[in-house]
Design a protein around this ligand. Structure first.
Ligand code: ADP
Ligand code: MG
Length: 760
């Protein structure tokens, strides 16, 4: 039998191991198993931080035996206790062996073994070992109960001959791989299984093109696999990781580049530039387009006029004028008889878009009155309309409203259709869907985009808009199948928001802060006060309903400020006499809605809120924002938050109140937010400070299973180089015929691309 990466493990390993690997870890083939990389490497004498163990965690630690203390122990009687039958008080005494192990720093951990007194013979002081188990707490001390362990050979100690020693040392050099493990199969048994199969496939076919490997001086696949599982040295391990990261990056980029190339090859309806409707709109615009709007608008207009579908991501800060860019593109399509759909993530945002688009269009948006006549004359793509109907379809529409809208959509009476997911459902039939705009992409998956596209006879042009600046490496991976455009400037005449950091403990500064709020209110404007916590109960919001700031439970620190407390203090003190409103995620939907409407109507002067105001709130009269405990918020979050003020004619002010000491890293983050309004610069900074899991976390779970070693944070150079290499490869050989190994991996990943590109 020839054994390859696709060979089933059951053909080469024992039944028990195969079951444990399959059920616990989802590993079924030789390739799966070899792709199960160690998550770290233990070293004899390493500084395992025993002080950082968490109760309940499954850990494998390297530590040295300090003492083994035989004790005896009388179990309490209980019905469940096999030793104490019939509730007799006390049971048969049992042997208890307590073993104290310690790390280099001298922090110790207790291991307990019941009725295994013989273990004292091998767990002698001075021996190093790997110990695996669940961390428990007993009388205030951390311990592992009946852990599994393997001792390491130790020249200095003449211990009893131990077969376990050779079992572990023969497959590991000085760096001992520690694998993600389960209770059924500890790390050393995984290592043993890998050891077995590694020798069976010494030379797996190499999916990386030879020329690339040679020019970059990358290890061949077999060597890389051997070195990641049994590194000879730190250098060899580094080379193995680099090579395997390259493979991950190249496969991923090849999928994206190919998808992009295929999409570009599809046929789309061409909508010529300009058109009466767009020209009429431009003629009425009360302001000039910004340079960015003109440039991006030009790019989009040219693509809409082409025979192939546009797939473009438009990034731009809140207020940079994306909606206007999208609307002009929609009008170009409508002007030539096509329909445009605008997909929003929530009903509130869909309704807001509908209102503002109807308002921007003025008399170019036809009212319902013309409908009947229009329906009678309508005949799909016909003469260029002078105006168009803007339909809104959300889940909360009544049956009658829904029927009307569906009719408008079906007959092309509505050139622009705005809605939420409701647009994706069956029964929504477009007459001539030519253009899809997706607002705030991160809530929509590729599958949903595809569902909407399926409603068109030919692939519609697609524009994805996002106000969350996306760092380059993320854009290149998560949105790698789209072209990207950025709007980097705000429309002229907009005063950028002034942001200052205010020390919480400085009474004078704080007094000045609240006075500024009073001044704004006195001038007829409104303000926000943002706190990290709700505070009406101690439990954290766990349902993800409300994006509350991270709440530390550090005993030394005071708890983060809570809206329910702050509003009372302000009412009684600094902001007495003003009309204060309270908004947080635990209010019911009606109450939230009532408060927001009152605020928008100017009936509330100051809104004391959590981050629920982060998304989609537009009250142009709000000019000041005070963020309390500002260091509790992320950089991008603060940037999004302050985007809520200064949206109207008056300059905005944002005060970041914090106890963070001057020069601390928290304070530096706040200073960074205060120093620039460039959302892209802040997004890059934010990315540097976040952990990998957070970056991939919310984005796409599926991608995590493909990208095991590659870091979006640290491997930007590999990602960029792999992108260039993939582009070149696919340009020269679109089907990758010359690279069957690579092609197979690309096909595999592409097969679940819906999953790996899926968001949220
Ligand atoms: P975004 O969608 O990027 O948040 P919008 O398109 O909603 O931004 O624009 C925000 C506001 O700025 C809107 O009121 C819009 O009418 C206005 N606006 C857009 N472009 C310009 C411009 N070039 N000059 C002046 N105001 C503009
Ligand atoms: Mg917008």
């Amino acid at each position: 039998m020839t054994i390859g990466l696709e060979t089933r493990l059951r053909e080469v390993l024992g039944k028990k191991t195969v079951e444990a690997l399959s059920e616990g870890l989802g590993l079924d083939t030789v390739g799966d198993l070899l792709g199960h990389y160690p998550f770290r490497y233990a070293q004899r004498g390493e500084r395992t931080d025993l002080g950082a163990l968490q109760i309940g965690e499954d850990v494998t630690v390297a530590a040295q035996v300090r003492a083994a203390i035989p004790k005896s122990f009388v179990p309490k009687a209980s019905a469940h206790d096999r030793g104490g039958r019939g509730g007799r008080p006390g049971g048969k005494p049992r042997d208890l062996l307590e073993v104290i192990v310690a790390d280099e720093a001298g922090r110790s951990l207790t291991l307990t073994f019941f009725n295994q007194p013989w273990r004292a013979k091998e767990l002698v002081a001075g021996r190093w070992g790997l110990f695996a188990g669940k961390v428990a707490q007993f009388r205030g001390r951390l311990q592992l109960n009946s852990p599994q362990y393997r001792l390491l050979a130790e020249d200095a100690v003449a211990g009893p001959a131990d077969t376990a020693v050779s079992a572990i040392e023969e497959f590991a050099g000085t760096l001992i791989p520690v694998y993600p493990a389960t209770a059924e199969i500890p790390t050393w048994n995984i290592a043993k299984a890998i050891h077995t199969v590694l020798d069976m496939v010494p030379n797996p076919p190499d999916p990386l093109p030879r020329s690339l490997r040679e020019s970059l001086n990358l290890l061949d696949y077999g060597t890389a696999l051997r070195q990641i599982h049994r590194p000879d040295s730190h250098e060899a391990l580094g080379a193995a990781k680099k090579r395997l990261k390259w493979q991950e990056a190249l496969v991923l980029q090849a999928v994206l580049v190919r998808r992009k190339a295929e999409a570009a090859g599809e046929a789309a309806t061409a909508y010529a530039r300009g058109g009466a409707l767009l020209e009429a709109f431009d003629a009425r615009l009360p302001f000039a387009l910004t340079e960015g709007q003109r440039q991006v608008g030009d790019e989009i207009a040219a693509e809409l006029a082409g025979e192939h579908p546009m797939h473009r991501l438009l990034q731009g800060d809140v207020g940079s004028g994306k909606t206007l860019v999208a609307l002009r593109a929609m009008l170009q399509v409508v002007a030539h008889g096509g329909q445009a759909a605008l997909l929003a993530p929530t009903e509130v945002l869909a309704a807001q878009h509908h209102r503002s688009i109807v308002e921007m269009l003025g008399d170019l948006a036809r009212g319902g009155a013309d409908l009947i006549a229009e329906l009678e004359n309508s005949s799909g793509r016909g003469a260029p309309p002078e105006a168009t109907r803007v339909a809104l379809l959300t889940g909360s529409a009544t049956a009658a409203q829904r029927r009307t809208v569906l009719d408008e959509v079906k007959t092309n009476t509505a050139g622009i259709v705005i809605g939420t997911h409701a647009l994706l459902y069956d029964g929504v039939d477009f007459a001539e869907l030519g253009f899809v705009v997706v607002d705030e992409q991160h809530r929509f998956g590729v599958e949903q985009r595809d569902a909407l596209r399926a409603k068109a006879s030919r692939t519609p042009h697609t524009l994805v808009m996002t106000a969350t600046p996306i760092p380059r490496t993320v854009a290149m991976t998560v949105y790698g199948d789209l072209e990207t455009s950025r709007l980097t400037e705000l429309p002229a005449g907009r005063t950028p928001i002034a942001t200052h950091v205010v020390p919480y403990t400085d009474q004078r500064w704080m007094a000045r802060t609240w006075n500024r709020v009073r001044e704004e209110v006195a001038a007829g404007r409104q303000a926000y006060v943002v706190c990290p916590r709700v505070g009406d109960s101690d439990q954290k919001t766990a349902n993800g309903d409300e994006p509350e700031a991270f709440v530390e439970t550090d005993g030394d620190k005071r708890p983060p400020l809570a809206v329910v407390d702050v509003i009372e203090q302000l009412r009684a003190g600094a902001l007495s006499g003003l009309r204060l409103g309270l908004l947080h995620g635990r209010l019911d939907a009606d109450e939230k809605d009532r408060v927001m409407r009152a605020y928008a109507a100017g009936e509330i002067d100051v809104l004391v809120a959590t981050t629920v105001i982060e998304v989609g709130v537009n009250v142009p009269n709000a000019t000041a924002m005070v963020v309390l405990d500002a260091e509790r918020f992320g950089i991008s979050q603060l940037h999004q938050l302050r985007g809520r003020v200064g949206r109207g004619a008056h300059p905005g002010l944002c005060l970041l109140v914090s106890e963070a000491a001057e020069g601390s890293s928290s304070r530096e983050r706040l200073d960074a937010v205060a120093s620039t309004t460039d959302g892209f610069a802040l997004a890059e900074l934010d990315l540097e400070q976040r952990r990998e899991g957070d970056v991939l976390g919310a984005a796409q779970s599926g991608m995590k299973s493909h990208v095991k070693l590659l870091s979006l944070l640290k491997d930007a150079d590999i990602i960029e180089a792999a992108r260039a290499a993939a582009t070149e490869l696919i340009r020269a050989d679109p089907k990758l015929k010359a690279e069957p190994g690579l092609a197979a991996l690309v096909d595999d990943l592409a097969a679940d691309r819906g999953e790996f590109l899926e968001k949220g």
